[in-house]
Design a protein around this ligand. Structure first.
Ligand SMILES: C[S@@+](CC[C@H](N)C(=O)[O-])C[C@H]1O[C@@H](n2cnc3c(N)ncnc32)[C@H](O)[C@@H]1O
Length: 236
């Protein structure tokens, strides 16, 4: 999916999911209470608005935001006003991220859903190398069992997965078109079964500390697997 095409309209898109994004950030910040973050890395930082906000909320002395899209990185740099302890730069792979492992690494709003299935485990293993020992990794991904995707459809998915445990997760791959500004843009992404993302994180070596389901429309947190998108805090 080409985020360079979306970059000019990204702030409007994010605004339309404001309550969800704020709900995720609130869950993250509350979960970090008592944990000192001196180095913070945001992977797939997009326009940098949330990176900057979290950097301030966490009173972090040093923050980096990285993204595959040059258009997004240009936006993020434009959102920095004056000298700052935040730097934004473009990457092609996780190996392009410089510096020592960080206290906190985030990957916000289904960034992992843009990584192909066959590369996801290695991608997470590479990310783990960027997190300090005992440091934290936080991500949110979209949920294949979220009830607002259609209650009947979700019941069918759950029953089907129970009877025929999936060998591949390709059925979570989405392809659709979105009218953004005057453009009709092809969008792709993957939505995750809760057990799928939990197993991937465990296989990559992370320990899961907290998990909540956050409603995509109003940002409320829940513990039922159908109640929202999946937010997970992990420890290295
Ligand atoms: C839905 S946006 C989320 C942006 C930001 N995290 C936020 O919450 O506003 C997904 C972002 O992930 C970036 N992205 C996708 N695949 C990536 C990868 N492999 N490495 C780094 N960034 C990636 C895209 O360019 C896009 O900016």
């Amino acid at each position: 999916m080409n985020y360079n095409l979306i970059a000019p309209f990204y702030s409007d898109l994010a605004m339309s999911k404001n309550e969800y994004l704020d709900g995720v950030d609130a869950f993250l910040v509350t979960s970090l209470s008592g944990f000192e973050v001196t180095t913070y890395l945001d992977i797939g930082c997009g326009d940098g608005v949330r990176t900057i906000r979290l950097h301030e909320k966490l009173s972090c002395p040093s923050t980096d935001g990285v993204d595959l899209s040059t258009g997004m990185i240009d936006k993020a740099r434009a959102n920095l006003h004056g000298p700052s302890d935040i730097s934004f730069y473009q990457i092609n792979t996780i190996k392009d991220i410089s510096g020592e492992p960080r206290d906190l690494v985030t990957m916000l709003w289904n960034v992992l859903g843009h990584v192909p299935e066959e590369s996801r485990l290695q991608f997470l293993k590479d990310i783990r190398k960027k997190v300090k020992k005992n440091g934290l990794f936080f991500l949110d991904v979209n949920n294949y069992y979220y009830y607002r995707y259609g209650p009947l459809r979700v019941i069918y998915r759950v029953i089907k997965d129970k009877i025929f445990p999936p060998q591949s997760f390709k059925s979570g791959d989405l392809r659709f078109r979105m009218k953004i500004g005057s453009q009709d843009i092809e969008c792709t992404g993957h939505i995750f079964r809760p057990f799928e993302i939990i197993n991937l994180l465990k296989k990559s070596g992370f320990v899961i500390e907290k998990l909540e389901y956050i409603d995509y429309n109003n940002g409320t947190s829940g513990t039922q697997i159908y109640s929202g998108q999946i937010s997970i805090l992990c420890r290295n």
